[in-house]
Design a binder for this molecule. Structure first.
Ligand SMILES: [Ca+2]
Ligand SMILES: [Ca+2]
Length: 489
């Protein structure tokens, strides 16, 4: 996308003394809502990894506000997306774990009553369009006026795995799509290629109503396959592995380790032994560069469309991912790299090239978009509108980001600290400025008890029991506990 000219930008800013006033009742802006699956903070603009190559997402960040301390509300697809689309916290709905999509609305009196994002926009005069992975499952796609398809769930798959199969290891339990390598031969076979093409086509069509267009990309979700040509962006000899400390778990509880234990997934020690760590990192980075390119096509299409000047762009990922830190290659934990996500908001009246360090949640996107578009506030929304931060990035948010993993494990992320409390009461506290890798658990420091108490106060007092339809079979701890959580009232 070409940089907007300064004159044009200045004119836009003058029109928009504050963002919500920018649009009269009858001239509603559009929304382009871009979801990326399993993308951690390995973006050029987020400084998450020295090899990150994401020119298109970086240029979007340069056009708006990059929330550099944004977090999911649950560290796995289903509940994270349920929280985003309902505007409700997992502790309110009971959707902490994967849930069958047909149960999303009926799982709790609150979700039954709430309007999912597309429904809310539709009821306020919008045409809603969606394509690719938005909700975790398929049924809720009916909430869009027009849905372009999901294409293949995991993307194209070769007949045989290239690098990793849990069946090769005696001690592995369960199946995983995790694998990496160059596949298929051409871009056209990739899910994301088709998702981008559908969105580009829609942006070329005249719309007689304001639109909400949601575009859900699949990579870098496993398997980490991209066509061979994409690997040239990340030559193996340039790849740096992320920081890993062998005795890192010495100062955390057994419960903390159990909650994060996903036996089917590769461990760092295994990939060090097989010599595959760098290749796994290379493939994940390549998938990110691949998806960045697809995002770029959609941004280009918007820029050259009739909607370039009256469309808000919101780009996010549903949760983060470990690529060897903490002896794991997985999501499904409540450490920083599992919950920190890209969140960028750009559009008319939003100052370009700003970074907001305030803690925010993906749950805040719903009320933010509602306010940006001048729709009436949805009083059921539990998130906070980020319009004050879009107007001035130094405006403090009212509280930290709250992340749940099951009804009894929480992580609270403030501007500086990350506090975590597990089911058995064991705790972790990290100073994210001094210790960005979360290597030194400070929860036993007597001089920090006040800080701990201040964070602990944000753990929900009441947690809804596990929503019916939840099922989670990848982690022994959750398999053991979820029946109790379903029954607890
Ligand atoms: Ca995901
Ligand atoms: Ca440690």
């Amino acid at each position: 996308m070409k940089q907007r000219s300064l004159g044009r930008l200045f004119a836009t800013l003058c029109l928009a003394a504050s963002i919500p006033l920018a649009f009269a009742q009858n001239a509603k802006p559009n929304v382009l809502f871009i979801a990326i699956d399993d993308l951690n903070d390995w973006l050029g603009c987020l400084d998450g990894h020295p090899n990150a190559k994401t020119p298109n997402i970086d240029r979007l960040a340069a056009q708006g506000v990059l929330f550099e301390n944004a977090h999911c509300q649950a560290p796995i697809c289903g509940p994270s997306r349920a929280s985003i689309f309902t505007g409700l916290y997992p502790a309110s709905t009971g959707i902490y774990l994967q849930i069958n999509d047909q149960d999303l609305k009926s799982s709790h009196p609150l979700t039954e009553k709430c309007a999912l994002i597309p429904d809310y926009f539709e009821s306020h005069g919008y045409r809603t369009l969606g394509v690719g992975k938005l909700y975790h499952g398929g049924d809720a796609m009916n909430t869009f006026d027009e849905y372009g398809g999901r294409f293949a769930w995991f993307g194209p798959k070769p007949e045989k795995r290239f690098k990793f199969d849990p069946d090769w290891y005696d001690h592995k339990i369960g199946g995983t799509q995790t694998d990496w390598g160059a596949y298929p031969d051409n871009d056209e076979a990739m899910t994301d290629h088709n998702v981008a093409a559908w969105a580009v086509e829609k942006l070329g069509h005249p719309q007689n109503k304001p639109f909400f267009l949601a575009v859900g990309f699949l990579r870098p979700h496993v398997p980490w396959y991209t066509p061979p040509d994409w690997f040239k962006h990340h030559p193996l000899d340039t790849i740096q592995t992320p920081p890993y400390k062998r005795n890192d778990f010495d100062d955390i509880s057994e419960m903390g380790q159990r909650v994060a234990d996903v036996p089917m997934m590769p461990t760092t020690e295994e990939l060090i032994e097989s010599g595959e760590w760098k290749r796994a990192v290379q493939a994940y980075l390549t998938c990110i560069t691949w998806v960045d390119h697809q995002v770029g096509k959609v941004l280009d299409a918007l820029e050259s469309s009739a909607y370039a000047d009256n469309t808000f762009i919101v780009l996010w990922s549903d949760h983060g991912y470990h690529l060897g830190e903490k002896n794991r290659f997985a999501k499904q934990a409540i450490w920083e790299r599992n919950t920190r996500v890209p969140l960028i908001i750009a559009g008319p009246g939003i100052e370009p090239n700003r970074r907001c360090a305030q803690p925010v949640g993906l749950i805040d996107m719903y009320p933010t978009m509602v306010e940006l578009c001048g729709l009436p506030e949805n009083t059921m929304n539990e998130g906070r509108s980020l319009v004050p931060q879009l107007n001035d990035v130094s405006t403090p948010t009212e509280g930290p980001a709250i992340i749940a993993y099951g009804p009894v494990n929480y992580s609270i992320r403030s501007e500086r600290y990350r506090y975590t409390r597990y089911e058995d009461g064991s705790e972790e506290l990290y100073d994210m400025i001094e210790d960005p890798n979360e290597w030194t658990n400070l929860s036993h420091r007597t001089d920090l008890q006040e800080i701990i108490e201040a964070h602990k106060a944000h753990i929900p007092n009441k947690a809804a029991p596990l929503a019916p339809g939840s099922s989670y079979d990848i982690n022994p701890y959750f398999i053991e506990r979820q029946r109790d959580w379903l029954e607890s009232k």
